[in-house]
Design a protein around this ligand. Structure first.
Ligand code: PXL
Length: 275
């Protein structure tokens, strides 16, 4: 019988340079041995040198795509990235409320690393009030955590405060990523038996020009690990380890900030398909 790997859905933007967005997410999902499916919520014009333009897909097209996929397949995990505006966010909220899918990871994409807004103000508010409470885990970087919580987030103590505020605003579990802080540290925060559990996860800060797409790769890897039935802590640790290797094994692509190497495990394998 044909095998059936876990199906992981990514709802995100399209980055034509494939460092971030749905095409990058499909690579991450494949690297985790899962089957990737995608709903494009927004188009971007960008290269490794930055984002030039954003156009959001209609809410009706997003809703129809999601409906078609969910009625056809058993979805084991969902990754949500760039959504663009409030209509797109509402389409995703409506979908999640009706389908009640497992292992939903929300990467609250607000801006590109070059500073371009990837969601409008109304979209950000709807994402925080309506979408964040529907996700099992939310994965803001320090800048996103700061904007969402309305607090400064520059060190691990402030990360803890921001995570607590995000819990009060409705998030179940939070990973604040601080890979570019020195020392590099992420914070995992969630409630267990009514008690707040917060753990600092230290990493090595890597000086690298292959860092485009780290947030997408981390949150998508997390969704895959959860979809495989790994617990939250193990899923977060393994997603961190995956991204660290993907950065370390980065390839020189483009003239700007290059992508992480999502498929580094293929480097060791033969790229010949002769039988
Ligand atoms: O890294 C955030 C991000 C997510 N999704 C898309 C993007 C970007 C950054 O440029 O383009 C589609």
């Amino acid at each position: 019988m044909a095998s059936s790997p876990p199906v992981v859905l990514t709802i995100a933007g399209f980055d034509p340079s494939s460092g971030a967005g749905v095409t990058a997410d499909i690579k991450t999902i494949a690297a985790h041995g899962c089957y990737g499916i995608a709903c494009i919520a927004a188009m971007t014009v960008q290269s490794t040198q930055g984002v030039r333009r954003v156009e959001v897909v209609s809410a009706a097209l997003i809703a129809e795509t999601l409906e078609g996929l969910a009625s056809d397949m058993d979805i084991a995990g969902v990754h949500i990235g760039m959504l663009g505006n409030a209509d797109a966010v509402r389409a995703v909220i409506d979908f999640l409320k009706r389908k009640k899918l497992p292992n939903v990871v929300l990467d609250p994409v607000l801006r590109s690393s070059s500073g371009t807004a990837l969601i409008d103000d109304a979209g950000r508010e709807t994402l925080i009030s309506g979408l964040m409470p529907l996700a099992d885990v939310v994965t803001p970087n320090v800048d996103e955590a700061s904007l969402m919580a309305g607090l400064a987030v520059t060190n691990h103590l402030e990360m803890k405060g921001a995570a607590e505020k995000l819990h009060r605003m409705g998030s179940r579990a939070v990973v604040v990523t601080g890979g570019h802080l020195k020392p590099a540290v992420d914070l995992l925060s969630f409630f267990q038996n009514g008690e707040l559990y917060q753990e600092e996860l230290r990493g090595e800060h890597q000086q690298s020009n292959s860092t485009h797409g780290t947030g997408c790769a981390f949150s998508t890897a997390l969704a895959c690990n959860l979809a495989r039935g790994k617990g939250l802590i193990k899923s977060v640790m393994e997603a961190k380890a995956y991204v660290a290797v993907a950065i370390a094994r980065g390839q020189a692509i483009g003239k700007g900030v290059g992508p992480v190497n999502h498929l580094f495990h293929l480097d060791e394998k033969s790229n010949s398909f002769e039988r």
